[in-house]
Each structure stands twice: as structure tokens, then as C-alpha cells.
Design a binder for this molecule. Structure first.
Ligand code: SAM
Length: 244
């Protein structure tokens, strides 16, 4: 069980703080997650330049990561693990990452994450390795590292044993339970500056609470993200039955 992540990057140190904090550190200590970093520069050309990038043919600004560095690097990294794993290339041109994709990735035993830099990878890297191309949204980052961390972060919290309470995932927005936004939540104090906690949550009537939450979840989604409700119609009947 658990997932092994291999992150291929020119800047492995970007992950230093992230891996030694909070949930991630705990998950690693418990052996539920293994994260290996690989410095692409170790596959670079000869010293002293150790080049990994070059100018684009046809001209234009910026540099591209070279195919003869990247492809051997990914292939060697794949050989380092128990299985070749699923190779994911971070690119703004990939399929948009979402919770459903995170749930699919959480079922993999190994994910190899390729972080681009500069103007990205030579097209032949994609043609040869045929990775799953993933984008975290319609905007441009300086490199794939933050995108890779986003994927690791969302996948890790889905792994059994990582969160204190196994049920914390179920109601999360976008999650497999209903794929809607989560209902509003409250904690103590019961009243603050005249703002009260809704009465129904204080009564201990679990059926009433569940009904209220389901209604709130529907309402919020309607108001903020009606696109998610349209998607509901794509779900099999068994999953739409209890949507009320
Ligand atoms: N020239 C590329 C293009 O227009 O498609 C963008 C290159 S971007 C400056 C450098 C690297 O950052 C990319 O190779 C990719 O790894 C990463 N990156 C940037 N935006 C991203 C996004 N939205 N999702 C995933 N990775 C992204």
C-alpha cells in the first residue's frame, strides 16, 4: 500500500521544507508515502558546462530542456523502482488536474513526476515517453515543482492512514461522495459578535443535520459553481439517487 513518488527536477531543494512539515512528514515517517527526488542535472552533458537546455530551433525566446538529457533521465529513474510507474509530465498544455484525477493517482503504486523549467521540454520528450500530461490550471508557473507538490499534496491526503479520521475526505468539496462543494462548518464559540451557529447543528439530531448539510451543499454549489451540478448528470444513476 502507499504511493512512491519520484520527482524529476532541476531544483530538488524546492521540496525541502515541504517534505519536513505536518502531514507529509508524518506520512513519510509512517511509511505510507515515499518521495524520492532526482536532479536532472545528474544526466546532463559533460563538465564543465553540464548543459540540460538549449535554444529552440527556428528561433524565439528562452531555452528548452533537451531530449537527450530528459529521456535517459526518466528511463533510468523508472528502473530505480519496484515498477516503472505512471509517468506524469507537468505542463500547462496537459489535462486539467482535479479531485477525480487525484483519486485515480492515489490508486497507483508509483508516480514519476517530470518538472519542466524555462520554456519546457523538447516535443520529442513527449513523443518518446508518452507521459500523462497534466496541468494544474490555466496559468503559467516558472517551473513544474509547485505543480508537482500540488499533485503530491492532494494524492497523499487520500491514502488510507494519512489523515487522523478516515472519514475526513468524504465530505470534502469535489470528492467522490458527491463532487459538490462542502457545507459550511462551525466550531466553538456558539456565538461571536452576534453571529450564531445554526440551531440544527447543536441539537444532536443526526438525520436533521445530514439533511441540512446536504441542502447547504447543494445551495452553495448552485450559487458558486453551477458547472459542478451540470456534471452530476454524467454520473451513473446509483450516484445521483441520494442527491435529494
Ligand atoms: N512555454 C510553455 C508553454 O507555453 O506551454 C510554458 C513553460 S513554463 C514557463 C515552465 C514549466 O513550468 C513547464 O514546462 C511546466 O513543467 C511548468 N508549468 C507551468 N505552468 C504549469 C501549469 N499550469 N501546470 C503544470 N505545470 C506548469
Amino acid at each position: 500500500d502507499g504511493v512512491r513518488f519520484d520527482v524529476i527536477t532541476l531544483f530538488p531543494a524546492i521540496f525541502d521544507g515541504y517534505l519536513t512539515q505536518s502531514l507529509l512528514e508524518k506520512a513519510i515517517k509512517k511509511g505510507l508515502v515515499d518521495i524520492q527526488r532526482h536532479d536532472m542535472r545528474d544526466w546532463a552533458g559533460k563538465a564543465p558546462h553540464r548543459k540540460v537546455d538549449d535554444r529552440p530551433f527556428g528561433g524565439g525566446p528562452g531555452m528548452l530542456l533537451q531530449v537527450d538529457v530528459t529521456v535517459p533521465c526518466v528511463e533510468d529513474v523508472q528502473k530505480m523502482g519496484p515498477s516503472p510507474g505512471k509517468v506524469i509530465m507537468l505542463t500547462p498544455q496537459g489535462k486539467r488536474f482535479d479531485q477525480q484525477m487525484a483519486e485515480e493517482f492515489a490508486l497507483c503504486d508509483r508516480l514519476v513526476l517530470m518538472c519542466g523549467r524555462y520554456e519546457g521540454f523538447d516535443q520529442r520528450v513527449t513523443d518518446i515517453l508518452q507521459p500523462t500530461e497534466v496541468s494544474i490550471g490555466d496559468f503559467i508557473l516558472n517551473g513544474g515543482e509547485v505543480a508537482a507538490m500540488t499533485i503530491v499534496d492532494s494524492v497523499v491526503r487520500l491514502l488510507p492512514g494519512v489523515l487522523g479520521d478516515e472519514n475526513s475526505n468524504i465530505d470534502d468539496s469535489f470528492s467522490s461522495g458527491n463532487r459538490l462543494l462542502e457545507f459550511p462548518q462551525y466550531t466553538r464559540p456558539r456565538e461571536y459578535r452576534g453571529h450564531q451557529v445554526p440551531e440544527v447543528l447543536l441539537g444532536g439530531n443526526h438525520q436533521a443535520i445530514a439533511k441540512w448539510r446536504s441542502e447547504q451543499s447543494q445551495l452553495r454549489t448552485q450559487q458558486r459553481r453551477s458547472d459542478l451540478l451540470e456534471k452530476q448528470t454524467d454520473l451513473p444513476a446509483s450516484q445521483t439517487d441520494d442527491l435529494g
